[in-house]
Design a protein around this ligand. Structure first.
Ligand SMILES: Nc1ncnc2c1ncn2[C@@H]1O[C@H](COP(=O)(O)OP(=O)(O)OP(=O)(O)O)[C@@H](O)[C@H]1O
Length: 691
C-alpha cells in the first residue's frame, strides 16, 4: 500500500480492483443556461460551462453568490428553471445522478463510528459484490493511504459533544468515502475550507493528479485559493450574484480582466484580485458580467455552449468519441467506432501534442497494465488530441439507453449484502447510544427502586392496586423510553441516510429492515434487565409468568419504538415531533386502564388507540390467571367474594371495562407494530425522499 503513495499521490486502482469497479467511463459535463430559483428568489441566472475528463474546474465567487446552488443543480438535487445539464451528451437522469460523487460542504457521518469503520462500511455497501471482502479492505487501505489518513483511522468521527477527527480530517474522510467508488465525475463543495494552507495544497494536488491520471472530471467550489492552488485549476467559473463573471481557462483570466481595464498588480494573487473585483461596486460588477457575455462570441468559446448546438444528433457534430485501449506496446487502439478502422496512436505522439510535457498523462502510467484511455475521433476518422486530454461518449449507448438502463440503475450490492452490512452498522452505531452508561444506571436504578417500592407484595385484594401499579408503571415507562429514544435518534440518522440514498448506495427497504433487526437486541436489553431486577423483588416466583410478562413488556417496547420512528420520520421539525409524541404518549397513559376506569362512553373508544392498554391488559391476564390467586379482602368490593375466597381475573378486568382476550390484545399489538413500521417506510419512501 505504501508503495502506491511513494510513486504517486494519485488514486491509482490496482488492475484487478479496476476490473471490479467497472469500466472507466470519463464524463464530459456540459451545463448550459442554468437558472435556478429557490424559495422564489432567483439564485442562478444563465450559468454555463464545460468540463472535460481530466479537467479541474474551480467555481469561485463571493459568499452567497450561488456556488453550492450550482453544485446542487449539477448533481440533480435542485430543479432548474431553465437550461440543461448534460453528461456525455445525455441529459442528467437518475442513472447519472447515482454515478456522480458529490462531496458536501457539511461532513455528514455517524459520529460514534471510527473513520476506518465508516470507510469499511461504505466500501462493503458501495463496492460491487464481485469484489471479495479482502479486496474491499485493500481498497480502503489504499484510499486511507492516498489521503494520508493512517494516523487518525481509528479515531471516532466525533461531534461537538465528543471530539473526534479534526475539521480537515473530516473533510478528507468525506472525500475518501466518495473516492471509494472510483467515480468519473466529482463535485466537491469547499473541499479546502477549514484546512491549513499545506493541507489545502496537498488535497488539491491529490485531486488534480486524480483528475489527470485517471481521466476524472472534477468540479470544486473554493473561496479564496492561494496562488499555488489557483494555478492548479484548468478552468474557472467565476460567479457574481448568481451570474457568470468569467468562464474559461484559468491562464486566460488575467487577460480577460486586462481586457476590461482591470489589471492585476505584479506579485498579486490573481484569485484575490478577481474576487475583489466581483465584490466591487454594482457598476464594476455589471461591466465584468457584460464582458463575460461578450466573450461568448469569441472563437475559443466552447461550441457545446452555443445556442445552436444540437446535443443529441451526434453524427451532426464534428466529433464522435470512442473508447480506446492503451496497449502494452504503448499504442492506443480503438475498437468502438463502427465506421472507422481501428486507430493506433503512439504515446509519444500523444505526448507531443499534449502541450504540457510535465503534466502526467495516461500514457505515462504503467503501460504494462491495460488501461482504458479516451480519444476523440472526428467523423472522417481523424484523431483529435484535444490538448492531450480525451473525451468519451458512448455513442452506441445513446441508442440503447433503455436497454442498458436497468444495469446502470442496478445497485452495487445485493439486497442481502446491504441488509447484512446495514444491520451490523446499525447495531454498532446504536449500541453506544442505546446502551450508554447513563441508560444502564437509569435502568438498574429504576429496576431496584420499583422492586423496593413494591417489595414482596402479598397476593391479596389489598395489594391488587400495587401489583397493577407495577405493571402499569413498567409498560408506560418502557413505552416512553423506546418512543422518545427512536424519536431523538432519527434526525441525525436521517441526514446520513439521505446522503447515502442520494448517492444510490443501497435500497431503502434494506436499510429499513436492517434498522429493525440491527437494533432489536439493543431495544430489548434494558427492559429485560429492568424486568429481571424488579419482578423477583415483588415476591412472585413463577418462571412461566416471569417469561410471559417479559415477552409482553418487550412487545410493548418494540411497538412504542415503531410509533416513535414513524413520528420521527414524518416530522422534519423536532419541536413538532416532540409535541405530537407528548400528546400521544400521555393520552395513551390516560386511556391505558389504570389511571381512569370510569371513562364516559363517548370517550371510551380512545382506549382502543392506546398501545399501553393492550399490553397492560395482557400482563394482568397472565399474572392473575397463571400466578397464585389473589385472595379476597374481608370487606371486598368484588361481589363474587361473597361466594369464593379468591378473585378471578375476569372480575378484575371487568372493573376496567376491558373485555378482549389475551390473543386479541396480542394481535392488536402486533398490528400496531406492523402498521407503524409500514407507515414509517411509506413516509420515507414517498413523502420524505431526499432531494
Ligand atoms: N433554501 C434556501 N432558501 C432561501 N435562500 C437560499 C436557500 N438556499 C440558498 N439560498 C440563498 O441563495 C444564495 C446562494 O447560496 P449558496 O449556498 O449557493 O451560496 P454560496 O456561494 O455557496 O455561499 P458560501 O460561499 O457562503 O457557501 C444565498 O444568498 C442563500 O442565502
Amino acid at each position: 500500500m505504501c508503495a502506491c503513495r511513494a510513486d504517486s499521490t494519485s488514486v491509482h486502482f490496482p488492475a484487478e480492483q479496476r476490473q471490479h469497479l467497472g469500466p472507466l467511463k470519463p464524463v464530459e459535463l456540459v451545463f448550459s443556461g442554468v437558472s435556478v430559483t429557490v424559495n422564489r428568489r432567483r439564485i442562478l441566472r444563465d450559468v454555463s460551462g464545460v468540463v472535460r475528463p481530466g479537467e479541474l474546474l474551480a467555481v469561485m465567487g463571493p459568499s452567497g453568490c450561488g456556488k453550492t446552488t450550482l453544485l446542487n443543480a449539477l448533481s440533480g438535487r435542485c430543479r432548474l428553471d431553465s437550461g440543461s445539464i448534460r453528461l456525455n451528451r445525455e441529459c442528467l437522469n437518475k442513472k447519472w445522478k447515482r454515478r456522480i460523487c458529490y462531496v458536501l460542504q457539511q461532513d455528514i457521518f455517524f459520529t460514534d463510528l471510527t473513520l476506518r469503520q465508516t470507510l469499511e462500511y461504505a466500501a462493503r455497501l458501495r463496492l460491487p459484490d464481485s469484489m471479495s471482502y479482502t479486496q474491499k479492505m485493500q481498497h480502503v487501505d489504499h484510499i486511507i493511504d492516498v489521503l494520508d489518513l493512517e494516523s487518525c483511522q481509528d479515531t471516532i468521527i466525533g461531534d461537538y459533544l465528543e471530539r473526534g477527527l479534526s475539521g480537515g480530517e473530516k473533510k478528507r474522510a468525506n472525500i475518501a468515502c466518495e473516492l471509494l467508488t472510483n467515480p468519473s465525475l466529482m463535485l466537491l463543495d469547499e473541499p479546502t475550507s477549514g484546512l491549513d494552507s499545506h493541507a489545502a495544497y496537498s488535497l488539491m494536488s491529490n485531486l488534480k493528479n486524480y483528475a489527470e491520471t485517471s481521466g476524472k472530471t472534477v468540479v470544486v467550489t473554493v473561496h479564496q485559493p492561494s496562488s499555488q492552488i489557483f494555478h492548479m485549476f484548468d478552468k474557472l467559473l467565476l460567479l457574481c450574484n448568481g451570474q457568470t463573471a468569467y468562464f474559461g481557462a484559468v491562464n486566460k483570466v488575467v487577460d480577460f480582466f486586462n481586457g476590461i481595464g482591470l489589471s492585476v498588480m505584479p506579485h498579486y494573487n490573481p484569485a484575490d484580485f478577481i474576487l475583489e473585483q466581483v465584490k466591487g461596486s454594482d457598476e464594476l460588477r455589471e461591466r465584468i458580467i457584460s464582458a463575460s457575455r461578450q466573450a461568448r462570441n469569441q472563437p475559443d468559446y466552447p461550441q457545446e455552449l452555443l445556442p445552436d448546438f444540437v446535443p443529441n444528433s451526434i453524427c451532426d457534430n464534428k466529433y464522435m468519441y470512442q473508447e480506446s485501449r492503451l496497449q502494452s506496446n504503448g499504442h492506443i487502439s480503438s475498437s468502438r467506432c463502427p465506421s472507422c478502422p481501428p486507430v493506433h496512436i503512439s504515446c509519444a505522439h500523444a505526448h507531443a501534442h499534449a502541450g504540457n510535457p510535465q503534466r502526467p498523462s495516461l500514457c505515462v502510467s504503467s503501460v504494462t497494465e491495460k488501461q482504458s484511455v479516451y480519444t476523440a475521433v472526428d467523423c472522417n476518422c481523424r484523431i483529435r488530441e484535444d490538448e492531450g486530454r480525451s473525451l468519451w461518449t458512448d455513442n452506441q449507448s445513446h441508442g440503447s439507453t433503455s436497454s442498458s438502463g436497468d444495469d446502470e440503475l442496478s445497485w452495487p450490492t445485493s439486497f442481502w449484502t446491504q441488509f447484512k452490512v446495514l444491520s451490523q452498522r446499525n447495531f454498532q452505531e446504536a449500541r453506544p447510544r442505546m446502551l450508554s452508561k447513563l441508560n444502564w444506571i437509569q435502568t438498574v436504578g429504576l429496576g431496584v427502586l420499583a422492586g423496593l417500592l413494591w417489595f414482596q407484595l402479598e397476593r391479596k385484594e389489598e395489594a391488587l392496586h400495587d401489583i397493577q401499579g407495577w405493571m402499569f408503571f413498567s409498560t408506560t415507562y418502557w413505552m416512553l423510553f423506546a418512543h422518545f429514544g427512536a424519536l431523538s435518534s432519527f434526525p441525525p440518522e436521517r441526514e446520513v441516510i439521505n446522503k447515502e440514498r442520494l448517492s444510490g448506495a443501497y435500497r431503502l427497504s434494506a436499510y429499513y429492515l436492517a434498522k429493525m433487526v440491527g437494533e432489536l437486541p439493543l431495544t430489548m436489553t434494558l427492559p429485560a434487565v429492568y424486568h429481571v431486577i424488579s419482578y423477583p423483588m415483588l415476591g412472585f416466583h413463577s418462571p412461566s409468568v416471569f417469561l410471559t410478562l417479559l415477552a409482553f413488556l418487550l412487545l410493548n417496547t418494540i411497538v412504542a419504538q415503531s410509533v416513535g420512528f414513524f413520528v420521527g420520520a414524518s416530522c422534519m421539525d423536532m419541536q413538532v415531533s416532540i409535541t405530537i409524541s407528548a400528546l400521544y404518549t400521555l393520552a395513551t397513559q390516560l386511556f391505558g386502564g389504570y389511571l381512569a376506569t370510569n371513562i364516559s362512553p363517548w370517550l371510551k373508544w380512545l382506549q382502543y388507540l392506546s398501545m399501553v392498554h393492550y399490553a397492560y391488559q395482557n400482563m394482568q391476564i397472565v399474572e392473575f390467571s397463571e400466578g397464585s390467586p389473589i385472595m379476597c379482602a374481608p370487606q371486598s368490593k368484588f361481589e363474587i367474594c361473597a361466594n369464593q375466597t379468591s378473585i378471578p381475573v375476569e372480575e378484575i378486568l371487568k372493573v376496567q371495562g376491558a373485555n378482549l382476550p389475551l390473543w386479541a390484545n396480542t394481535l392488536v399489538l402486533l398490528l400496531f407494530l406492523l402498521v407503524f413500521r409500514v407507515l414509517g417506510y411509506v413516509v420515507l419512501r414517498y413523502f420524505r425522499r431526499p432531494k
